[in-house]
Design a protein around this ligand. Structure first.
Ligand SMILES: [Zn+2]
Length: 268
């Protein structure tokens, strides 16, 4: 699979700056080294914004963001606009959909290709593919691996899962639910199971996601890998027996936004 434009530009930039591991240098220095001015200030309903000027461009990142991973991602996303989209806009404000990984048709037509490119850039800048692969190649997929990677790269678990879906050796499938409705799903290219279409419906009754929406259940770290049936999320053919498969679901729950990201995988 060829590299996306955003990832290519990020790799080029890291190479130009002589950076192998972006966690070894403060992101603020990378931004100023590229010639942009970075400010942390309170922003309403927005993680970040960029204003392109004749002489200088100003990147603002919301100082109220609670999580380091989210702050880094917003900063890297704006730097991506700075590197790639000078001619596309003069002022640009992020909102829920622009920073979203859920690049469905509705979202894409609303937000344009620049947002996907800036997200690809941010993902590659914060988690360079080469380093990411070295960190995960000798492990099986697990919630612990996601936590390890997200600590290692100082990224959110969501952006880590999406990077893993692109690069990791173990095929996974991700379902995104908001307010007890499935909004979107995405899978690794090698994930071969047929997904039952339930967009805009509630998650399956026997899924871990439904346990959260129906009972408020959130599993502790040590129990975050939950066994489920293949038939929970996937089509089970007549000749298949649910007893013969080992499927698991790991939920990243954000009660504040009432969202659940279910990561589902099979172990052979
Ligand atoms: Zn943007």
């Amino acid at each position: 699979m060829g590299l996306s434009k955003g990832a290519r530009v990020a790799q080029q930039m890291l190479g130009d700056c002589g950076i192998d591991d972006p966690t070894e240098i403060p992101i603020e220095l990378i931004v100023s080294g590229r010639g942009a001015t970075l400010r942390y200030e309170p922003l309403k309903n927005s993680d970040g914004r960029i204003v392109f000027g004749e002489k200088k461009s100003i990147i603002s990142v919301n100082s109220n963001l609670l999580f380091e991973g989210r702050r880094r991602f917003a900063t890297a996303h704006e730097l991506g606009h700075y590197e790639m989209h000078r001619d596309s806009f003069e002022v640009h404000n992020e909102n829920e959909s622009t920073l979203s990984w859920f690049d469905d048709k509705v979202n894409r037509s609303k937000k344009g290709i620049q947002e996907a490119e800036a997200n690809q850039f941010a993902s590659e800048l914060l988690m360079p593919s080469k380093v990411f692969l070295e960190e995960c190649s000798s492990y099986r997929f697990s919630p612990d691996l996601v936590r390890h990677l997200s600590d290692r790269f100082q990224t959110s678990r969501t952006s880590t899962v999406f990077k893993y879906m692109e690069l990791g050796s173990h095929p996974i499938c991700v379902f995104y639910c908001f307010n007890n409705k499935l909004r979107y799903w995405k899978k690794s290219d090698e994930f071969k199971n047929f997904i039952v279409d339930r967009i805009n419906l509630s998650p399956p009754e026997d899924s871990v996601a439904a346990e959260y929406f129906n009972e408020g259940k959130i599993y502790s770290k040590s129990q975050s890998k939950q066994q489920i049936w293949k038939s929970t999320w996937f089509d089970l053919k007549e000749w298949e027996d649910d007893m013969n498969y080992n499927f698991y679901e790991y939920c990243i729950v954000t009660p504040r936004h009432n969202t659940v990201i279910s990561v589902v995988w099979e172990e052979m």
